[in-house]
Design a protein around this ligand. Sequence first.
Ligand code: AR6
Length: 175
Amino acid sequence: MTARPADIVLVRGDITEQRVDVIVNAANSSLLGGGGVDGAIHRRGGPAILEDCRRLRASHYGKGLATGQAVATTAGLLHAGHVIHTVGPVWSREEDRAALLTSCYEQSLALARELGAETIAFPAISTGVYRWPLDNGADLAIAAARAHGGPTLKEIRFVLFDETAYRAFERALRG
Ligand code: AR6
């Protein structure tokens, strides 16, 4: 029997309103919050998420979480089992950092599987404050979801905040 690949689903909306096993946060290496998705997740999820992040900083992640890596905490008041925090690369014209952005998706998917998750929701990592071009960010996200979706994950959902991001992911998914 061959395992069925995860469904890749696009949703236009707010990631903090999703009901899934794992919500992925586009964090920064401090793990102590920020703007964008990060701010929204901490606001809606309540202080339990920050408490967990502080514990991580006090234990294994004294220097913070490196770019491209992922770590899990409680999801607090969100309708999810866990939040996985991952740190996307800041866009650079001089340096190709695509492998780091791919690594965010790959590591989050691997960690979600370890946690027994069947459903996971991602934002478009790095495409906000970190200025990654949306079309390329969408291509890398969809490629990672296609390559690393199976076998226990049933749904990989990309939650796109605006119409431009939604269209970029739609194009990447058709490609
Ligand atoms: N739901 C879904 N997508 C959202 C939401 C939301 N509630 N809010 C924003 N987006 P960003 P980054 C979209 O800036 O580029 C933070 O300060 C947004 O339109 O959240 O990885 C962190 O602490 C964009 O398409 O993350 C870091 O310092 C995408 O989510 C830094 O920003 C990502 O935008 C990380 O920057």
